[in-house]
Design a protein around this ligand. Structure first.
Ligand SMILES: Nc1ncnc2c1ncn2[C@@H]1O[C@H](COP(=O)(O)OP(=O)(O)OP(=O)(O)O)[C@@H](O)[C@H]1O
Length: 311
């Protein structure tokens, strides 16, 4: 079953275009990654799915119901882990979770059970009576997740839930997400950490400038750039190298300069390493090493969204 269906979605903020004809579908039971550079439109998309924002045009269905007409019914089975922490610092961990659970009309013994289960789930059962203001960043992130999942939603939307956490908390959070998914929850996950998306997601959409520019399984996405070679040449005296000349070598598709290395993407069928090395030798650069790079999600992401720094 398609748990989220987005068709022809548009959203502007004044002059600013946030989404422009976005189309996405999320199947029940999957972990669906939403990746994209800053400002790509990920949070706007998630906020529209949750009914926090209204689209200008287009159709969004969650659990087969239209968000514009049946948001109340949708919200009962939806959990949102927001990018910004949404916690009450003066309340304890227990009080924070039980407040959010109570918003779903859950009371009494059930409220207590669900709150304790969520505390245990994020490894904070020993801190239940402590005020949030005494928590570390990682503990707050975990509590933020507990507040969103304690009512046991069918669809969990996570907007960069691991920002600023240490490796231990990150590991705990990623394992918890896998567990929730095994238990039956569908998860939509945004992150800037490619290795997280690689470890978690069944399918991924890459967004840029309000559009979905690629979508599919990790294998599908990698196959987009499998007709290319990617390699890195470490060079001393890199200042002697002229980018325009390298770019003109047959087969070269893109070039990126770093402090002491050049990253090159080329067509697979044309071998351009020899002419590049000859050119570097001609310029009396010292070649310190050449590394071929394996195709991973980060290469795909950078290839599709560009390697230039964004404002
Ligand atoms: N409330 C708002 N008012 C004005 N512009 C906004 C607002 N919310 C988002 N935008 C703009 O819409 C575009 C998409 O923003 P959005 O937050 O959805 O991107 P994002 O992919 O989530 O980025 P990030 O990775 O930085 O969180 C950006 O250009 C952003 O500046």
């Amino acid at each position: 079953m398609k748990i989220v269906q987005i068709q022809g979605l548009y959203k502007n903020f004044g002059e600013k275009v946030a989404l422009t004809n976005l189309n996405l579908e999320v199947e029940e039971g999957e972990i669906y990654g939403l990746l994209g550079p800053n400002g790509a439109g990920k949070s706007t998309t998630l906020h529209i799915i949750c009914g926090l924002l209204r689209q200008d045009r287009g159709n969004v269905r969650v659990f087969g119901k239209e968000t514009c007409k049946q948001m109340k019914a949708i919200k009962a089975h939806l959990g949102l882990v927001p990018q910004e922490l949404g916690l009450f610092e003066e309340l304890t961990a227990y009080e924070n979770i039980s407040f959010f659970v109570s918003l779903y009309g859950i009371k009494g013994k059930k409220l207590e059970e669900k709150t304790l289960k969520a505390l245990e789930f994020v490894g904070l059962e020993g801190k239940r009576r402590d005020k949030v203001k005494s928590f570390s960043g990682g503990m707050k992130r975990r509590l933020n997740i507990a507040c969103a999942i304690a009512h046991e939603p069918r669809l969990i939307i996570m907007d960069e839930p691991t920002v600023g956490v240490d490796p231990q908390s990150r590991k705990h959070i990623l394992e918890a997400i896998k567990f929730l998914n095994k238990e039956g929850a569908t998860i939509i996950y945004t992150t800037h950490y490619m290795e997280e998306a690689e470890a978690l997601c069944d399918r991924i959409a890459i967004m840029d400038k309000g559009l979905c520019i690629a979508e599919g399984s990790q294998e599908n996405l990698k196959s987009i750039i499998n007709d290319k070679n990617s390699f890195c040449i470490q060079v001393a005296y890199i200042e002697k190298v002229e980018e325009a000349i390298l770019k003109n070598i047959k087969g070269v598709e893109s070039i990126q300069f770093k402090e002491d290395s050049i990253h090159i993407v080329s067509k697979k069928e044309i071998s351009c390493l020899d002419p590049i090395l000859s050119y570097l030798a001609q310029r009396e650069c010292v070649i310190m090493g050449v590394n071929t790079q394996v195709t991973n999600l980060e290469n795909v992401f950078l290839e599709l969204t560009g390697r230039k720094l964004r404002d």
